[in-house]
Design a protein around this ligand. Structure first.
Ligand code: GTP
Ligand code: MG
Length: 241
């Protein structure tokens, strides 16, 4: 009797394992299809903007690393042919900040649709249609603040830029490698805080090189102006365009 029960348990267990495995492979297939569809739209965006001579930059970082502040400083230095797609889970605060400077900004809020922590190419496509291509030579996407999900979705940018502030710690490239691997440029922000922080720029640079040896690194401070000329020069030179 005991043997029979054990046998039934074994059969039930192996059926459950087979079901779990089947569901996992289904999940992977669905995710794979989703990313493939996203990549196709991202490729179209990249080409369309290049054909119109519009340089498209995707800014990614943890919340509060200084993305909106950097865009504000860029607008002050480069003028008004800049449009911005703002990604946030809630609020239109960042778009309002930019509109105060006369910048056309389109806010995407993912909160009402489940609170996605990234932007997808299809949404960027819609935002570009709404903003229009005229009167623009530089387009920014400010991605949703985190170092995980935005790295998984190509938005069609010509340049992916990862911001990391000196208050976040030198270990972040090792903990969140994908965000650094998909970026061609890393901006180390808030360097004006360096005198107050126990933070090693050398260590951070070493960790970035460990996960992405090709990633360029520039130190900036929106508050005291450090590195902003280098940043503007990069935008003027349009790398990877
Ligand atoms: N000291 C210093 N503070 C900065 C610098 N850049 C931004 N900040 C401050 O950091 C805070 C966050 O800056 P934001 O530009 O809003 O950061 P964000 O990355 O856009 O934030 P989210 O959109 O919420 O992810 C603000 O209080 C800024 O004034 C900088 O270079 N130095
Ligand atoms: Mg912001």
């Amino acid at each position: 009797m005991l043997e029979m029960r054990l046998l039934c348990l074994l059969i039930a267990f192996s059926a459950a394992m087979r079901y779990k495995k089947a569901m996992e492979s289904k999940k992977i297939t669905v995710m794979h299809k989703l990313l493939k569809a996203n990549d196709a739209i991202a490729g179209e965006i990249r080409k369309k903007l290049k054909d119109k001579n519009i340089f498209f930059v995707n800014l990614m970082s943890s919340p509060g690393s200084g993305k909106t502040t950097l865009i504000e400083e860029t607008v002050r230095k480069l003028g008004k042919k800049i449009k911005v797609i703002e990604g946030d889970i809630q609020t239109t605060l960042d778009a309002e900040r930019l509109q105060k400077l006369g910048v056309q900004a389109y806010q995407i809020n993912t909160g009402p649709f489940g609170g996605d922590c990234h932007l997808e190419a299809a949404w960027i496509q819609t935002a570009i249609d709404e903003l229009g291509l005229d009167g623009m030579d530089l387009l920014f996407v400010e991605n949703i603040g985190n170092l995980v999900c935005p790295a998984e979705f190509d938005v069609g940018a010509h340049l992916n830029v990862l911001l990391i502030s000196v208050t976040e710690g030198e270990d972040k490239p090792l903990k969140y490698p994908l965000a650094f691997q998909v970026s061609q440029l890393c901006l180390v922000t808030k360097t004006d805080f360096l005198p107050l922080k126990n933070f090693s720029l050398k260590k951070l640079r070493e960790n970035i090189k460990k996960v992405n040896p090709a990633c360029a690194v520039v130190e900036v401070s929106a508050h005291d102006g450090t590195g902003l000329e280098s940043w503007i020069e990069i935008l003027r030179n349009k790398p990877k365009f």
